[in-house]
Design a protein around this ligand. Structure first.
Ligand code: ADP
Ligand code: MG
Length: 336
């Protein structure tokens, strides 16, 4: 199995040696909690070394999906396969899967190095292997200077990296991350995103990352999974979903925030693709709101039929109550 990303870390190959063919296939996964259908026959496949991001509103089933993949809940139907291996009957510790929670769940009384070594100790690896693997993880996560530090003294971003190092130390084939950046302040969240992407690419491991932040999804995702009320309603690479967004909700997660009804369909497009004109265009309306977002101006426009449209650009030529025509540089059509 070759992989264009795996193994370019420090000239060595710290993961790819154990990665056999590991396409993740989830088939008709079902989970009910009394009256709630948390997973409604969810199916998808992810090639090895994919960064998958799961988005959806609160309560849409994202965490339930991760728990099912980890084996932490009993499912009511469906199967989970990794390459030729059926993971469905396996207990959590038998699955080649590690989970990183938002809370990190580090052991406060253990050093960073001992936290990272914990899973390897549990697996009764040799002292030499534990030492070597811990050192590799300290280097991969750029934590060498903090090896003997105590987790409560670390910043949120550092703790997040320790949690990830601990998850990766046991050489999982899948890493599950449930809102892993949720506890960080916005500036740090941006920096740590790039660490996550780098580490996923260098390790060649598949990451399945849950977030409700669509910008996080844009930066990280090779593959996007959109959940709504237990159903997977968007499933594809970012490029494929951009070409064909399936439905309004998936379009909105891609930044296509505007939707105009057109017969049986909706025309969807991004605020950045709207061009305002004085004399003619495809739609006519009136500016009803202007908001300065740093260098960019966002305007809200009411079309003549009442549909609200958002437009963003860096010019300053328009005011509230101006009549405008709109052209759109790029549109997509969806049916629901
Ligand atoms: P998300 O992570 O997208 O916010 P969850 O997967 O946590 O959503 O929840 C999906 C649905 O399942 C919600 O309606 C939630 O209330 C319900 N649910 C999740 N866990 C339990 C549980 N342990 N008992 C009962 N209902 C649950
Ligand atoms: Mg959740």
């Amino acid at each position: 199995m070759t992989n264009k990303h795996a193994g370019n870390y420090a000239g060595g190959n710290i993961f790819a040696s154990h990665l056999v063919d590991s396409m993740l296939r989830v088939d008709a996964l079902k989970k009910r909690y009394s009256s709630v259908t948390a997973l409604d026959s969810v199916s998808f496949a992810l090639p090895q070394a994919t960064y998958a991001v799961v988005v959806g509103a609160s309560g849409s089933g994202k965490s339930t999906l991760l728990r099912a993949l980890a084996g932490l809940i009993e499912i009511d139907g469906g199967e989970i396969w990794l390459g030729e291996r059926n993971l469905t009957p396996l207990s959590p510790h038998q699955r080649p899967v590690s989970t990183v929670f938002q809370s990190y769940a580090l052991f406060p009384h253990m050093s960073v190095a001992n936290n990272i070594a914990f899973g390897l100790e549990q697996q009764h690896r040799s002292a030499k292997e534990i030492r070597e693997r811990t050192d590799e993880m300290l280097t991969l996560l750029r934590l060498n200077d903090l090896a003997q530090a105590s987790p409560p003294r670390l910043s949120g971003g550092q703790q997040q990296r320790v949690a990830l190092a601990r998850a990766l130390a046991v050489k999982p084939e899948i890493v599950l991350l449930d809102e892993p950046l949720g506890a960080l302040d916005p500036a740090l969240r941006h920096a740590v995103r790039h660490d996550l992407k780098r580490i996923q690419q260098e390790s060649g491991v598949t990451f399945v990352h849950v977030t409700h932040d669509r910008e996080e999804a844009w930066v990280l995702a090779d593959h996007l999974l959109v959940m709504e009320q237990g159903s997977l309603i968007g499933n594809g690479t970012l490029a494929n979903l951009h070409a064909e967004p399936h439905n309004l909700l998936t379009a909105s997660y891609l930044g296509l925030d505007n939707a105009i009804p057109d017969g049986e369909e909706w025309i969807v497009f991004a605020p950045e693709h709207v061009v305002l004109k004085r004399d003619s265009g495809r739609w006519n309306g009136r500016i009803v709101g202007v908001h300065q977002l740093g260098a960019v101006t966002e305007r809200e426009i009411a079309l003549n039929d009442g549909t609200r449209i958002r437009q963003r650009s860096i010019d300053n030529d328009w005011d509230v109550d101006d009549r405008v025509w709109l052209d759109v540089l790029e549109i997509r059509r969806v049916t629901s």
